[in-house]
Design a protein around this ligand. Structure first.
Ligand SMILES: [Zn+2]
Length: 854
């Protein structure tokens, strides 16, 4: 019955569209009249919404014109993308509200201040609704619907809209990921045909690599709300805290054969840090979407498939901030029109659903306003009790000598409005002495209580064993930071020193000018950046393979860089100038030495001072390669370290001269294009002295091609021969490693581990590649411990494989090497701890002795 009515609806849409008309009548109910003074999208753009995909530039132009014509909205640019496209925010409300918008905003923010919220009369206050569209650039229905939502809010003449705008401030981010969207929009528009091609095989429906989902560096911005590593997220989070909306919507698309989804998601997978009341309100809001979609005959589902466990997503992050995040997923037409199991899916139909739920969100926000505002106040009022009842009182962390890494963690905390303090007094715990010079403390008795827990806590027990995304993201572990949870026993208020209002910036220094040599330690995160900068200026750089102590008593660990003043291709003054410039730009210290004779350990002219080769890096990209992993490498080297990496399509390696490169990176990928001659060429290049680095699937490919001497553990198949069919997806899903954190031990004498302050390192694992321990006793730089699970979910079977397995193995091949990583050291740009292993593989891979890697 339901089915046949759907076909009727679809049939009507098809016959409607056959006329090539999708005017406003299609999108809006008959009883809405619009002001003739407000330009419609088609009056400005020359086409109706849904007839083609609007370009980002066109969207920006229309919204600016709309804001000029309407006294109900203002528009601002709140940031820029990497490709310098503007990030826009519309503020929409009654003209009266807009005239005192700062007052409204400031009152609203007082709701999240327990000391001030009791005196507020929420009935007099507008609610704040945030509509966010198409964070995934190739999920275009939301972004295209934003044109109509904005037009409606500017032009609709009903009495109801007047009341709604009096009671609400609607913030609209029409395009969260303009760079990704623009890739997609270019693709579909360039293949648009006069006659609609609904065949899913049509090129229009099959975007080329790297596709438009991600941002410029191929990152999923819908995972970056918590790590905040990209300009889009940084700017957006600032706006989020500027407003603290009551509802935030996140409009997506899913597989073409699906229908429509709105939250609530799977109840058993809610994050325990989200209050139950949030779920109740989510259910209440859902009733509005259901009613609105029923009215237009659209099918939908809830409580399946999606969840709100990982707080790095747009629909979950608001949940840990006194707001209600709502995820929408529309079946994608992947172009203008596409065959699906439900019939032909038209682009305008997908836009209309997104428009409909945008308006039902506004309706829900309007009718539930008082409850939503009270809930927000309650959320923050509760934090004092929560903090009192929580055994952990504060987290303390020690960045050691690595200022860059420490500052990067502090940057994240401050962006999330977490009060962070310098440690006032020395503190000794069972395992560590925390010194005020480089330790920081985060007390839990503050309004971001829940978010602090979400960022610092470790969890190893879960009510569900399936996760839509990762099961763990403990930040101090990702940053390889020594840290401790302080209970009543250790915590006292006088541990809190100065509160950080901004990220500390410590200028690097050069102790003095030298006519002999300079030294630079390898213990700061920026060390590789500095090394490359020196090399870019053509300075010859050496690296100590063993430790030493200079005559002035300073100890230097293996990995210390030596820049002799003699034998450079430039005058002494210029050497000093470059060192100074590098110290400033990389915030790193250099030490001047006047003698090569050392008190202890090797001297500066020792054979254990190796030449540091300048990396010349190529990475294989293109079809079949993981754009996420490739993007993580590209972003890390290019954006963070200013190290060039040539991106080469794997299919073109056969015609490329590999000689100019000394490092080739293979992230996960099928590499079917390398079969035959290209594979031989690559192997020969390694044998001639090249260094190939394989990550996850890239490592697996090297192993399968016998270019790495690594044995994968033989994973047994489940022997139980009967299970209930209904448990299948749960059981199979639970065998995945969705992403958990494990402990490894490092061999600090191995060049891959140079610069690490101690021999334990947390690694992130989200795959089932398990390396057998190398037979060569000198070749275990990074080894999973006997009982390594630190945080997250892993099945019992998988856990056995991980224990005592190798995380990194170096193999000799002719005069060259392969370095295999079982896991991704660069995950989502916030695994600062394991980044160092990867950078060491690039810079120091060549100096690893061949007898340790056979
Ligand atoms: Zn999406």
């Amino acid at each position: 019955m339901i089915r046949s009515s759907v076909f009727v609806v679809i049939f009507l849409i098809i016959s409607f569209m056959a006329k090539g008309q999708v005017d406003l009548d299609y999108y809006f109910a008959d009883d809405v009249s619009f002001s003739p003074d407000i330009p419609t999208p088609s009056e400005i753009l020359g086409f109706n919404v849904g007839e083609k995909h609007v370009s980002h530039d066109q969207l920006v132009r229309y919204l600016h014109i709309l804001a000029e014509h309407s006294d109900r909205m203002t528009i601002e640019r709140y940031g820029w993308t990497y490709e310098h496209r503007p990030l826009l925010l519309l503020t929409i409300s009654s003209p009266e509200n807009l005239s005192r918008i700062e007052e409204i905003r400031n009152d609203h923010l007082r709701l999240s201040d327990p000391a001030a919220s009791a005196n507020l009369n929420t009935r007099e206050m507008p609610g704040i609704i945030w509509l966010g569209y198409s964070v995934h650039g190739n999920e275009p229905s939301g972004l295209n619907a934003s044109l109509l939502v904005a037009y409606y809010l500017a032009a609709a003449q009903t009495e109801e809209i007047q009341s709604v705008l009096k009671d609400l401030v609607i913030l609209m981010d029409p395009s969260i990921n303009p760079d990704g969207y623009s890739r997609f929009e270019q693709w579909v528009n360039q293949y648009m045909s006069e006659v609609k091609i609904t065949d899913p095989n049509n090129v229009e429906h099959n975007e080329a690599w790297p596709r438009g989902r991600t941002n410029h560096y191929w990152f999923d911005l819908n995972r970056d709300w918590l790590p905040v590593q990209h300009p889009e997220s940084k700017a957006r989070i600032d706006q989020f805290y500027k407003w603290k909306p009551n509802i935030l919507t996140d409009h997506h698309e899913m597989g073409s054969n699906s229908t429509f989804f709105f939250q609530p998601g799977i109840p058993s997978r809610n994050n325990p840090n989200t209050p139950t009341k949030n779920m109740e309100l989510t259910n209440r809001i859902a009733e509005y979407h259901a009613e609105a979609l029923d009215r237009i005959g659209s099918l939908y589902f809830t409580k399946e498939q999606f969840d709100d466990f990982y707080y790095g997503k747009g629909s979950s992050y608001p949940d840990v901030n006194g707001s209600i995040g709502i995820l929408f997923e529309q079946a994608s037409s992947r172009g203008l029109s596409r065959q699906t199991v439900n019939g032909i899916l038209e682009f305008p139909f997908t836009i209309r659903n997104q428009l409909t739920v945008s308006l039902s969100t506004i309706q829900a926000g309007y009718e539930l306003k008082d409850e939503l505002l009270s809930y927000q106040a309650e959320f923050y009022n509760e934090t004092a009790d929560l903090a009192r009842n929580e055994p952990v009182k504060a987290y303390v962390f020690d960045g050691g000598k690595d200022r860059t890494k420490t500052n990067s963690l502090i940057d994240i905390l401050l962006r999330h409005q977490i009060a962070t303090y310098r440690l006032q007094n020395e503190l000794s715990t069972a395992n560590h002495r925390y010194l005020p010079e480089h330790a920081f403390i985060v007390p839990l008795a503050q309004k971001q209580f829940r978010l602090i827990q979400a960022i610092f806590e470790r969890s190893t027990s879960f009510t569900d064993s399936l996760f839509y995304d990762v099961s763990a993201w403990t930040f101090p572990l990702a940053f390889d930071m020594t840290y401790a949870a302080l209970t009543n026993k250790d915590y006292k208020n006088d541990l809190l020193g100065e509160r950080l209002l901004e990220v500390p910036r410590t200028a690097g220094s050069v102790a003095a000018r030298s006519n002999y040599a300079y030294l630079m330690d390898w213990d700061d995160y920026n060390a590789p950046k500095a090394a490359y900068m020196l090399q870019r200026y053509d300075l010859k750089v050496k690296i100590a393979l063993k430790g030493f102590r200079t005559t002035d008593g300073r100890s230097h660990t293996p990995g210390t860089l030596l820049i002799p003043v003699q034998n450079q291709s430039m005058p002494d003054d210029r050497v000093h100038e470059i060192i100074q410039k590098t110290a400033t730009e990389c915030q790193i210290d250099f030490y001047a030495v006047s003698s090569g004779f050392n008190q202890d350990g090797i001297d500066l002219g020792s054979p254990n001072m190796a030449n540091l080769e300048k990396p010349k890096i190529m990475m294989l990209v293109g079809d079949g390669v993981s754009s996420y992993e490739a993007g993580e490498v590209w972003h890390l080297l290019d954006n963070r370290f200013n190290i060039p990496v040539t991106l080469v399509d794997a299919g073109s390696i056969e015609r490329i001269n590999l000689d100019p490169y000394n490092t080739i990176i293979l992230v996960s990928g099928s590499y079917s294009a390398l079969a035959g001659v290209p594979r031989e060429k690559l192997e020969q290049w390694v044998k001639n002295g090249g260094k190939v680095i394989g990550i996850r699937g890239g490592a697996k490919w090297l192993i399968d091609q016998k270019m790495a001497n690594v044995k994968l553990k033989n994973t047994q198949q489940d022997t139980l021969n009967q299970r209930s069919y209904g448990d299948m997806s749960q059981h199979i899903g639970a065998q995945n490693i969705g992403g958990a954190i494990f402990e490894t031990t490092l061999d600090l004498t191995h060049p891959l581990c140079f610069g690490y302050p101690d021999n334990t390192l947390s690694v992130f694992k989200n795959n089932r590649y398990f390396f057998e321990k190398s037979k060569n006793p000198y070749n275990t730089p990074v080894l999973y411990t006997q009982d390594p699970l630190l945080s997250g979910y892993v099945s019992a079977d998988n856990y056995e494989y991980i224990k005592n397995s190798s995380a990194v193995i170096v193999s000799t091949l002719g005069r060259g090497k392969s370095i295999c990583f079982s896991d991704n050291p660069n995950f989502r740009a916030f695994w600062y701890g394991t980044n160092r292993l990867f950078l060491n593989a690039i810079f120091l891979g060549d100096i690893i002795s061949n007898s340790s890697s056979r």
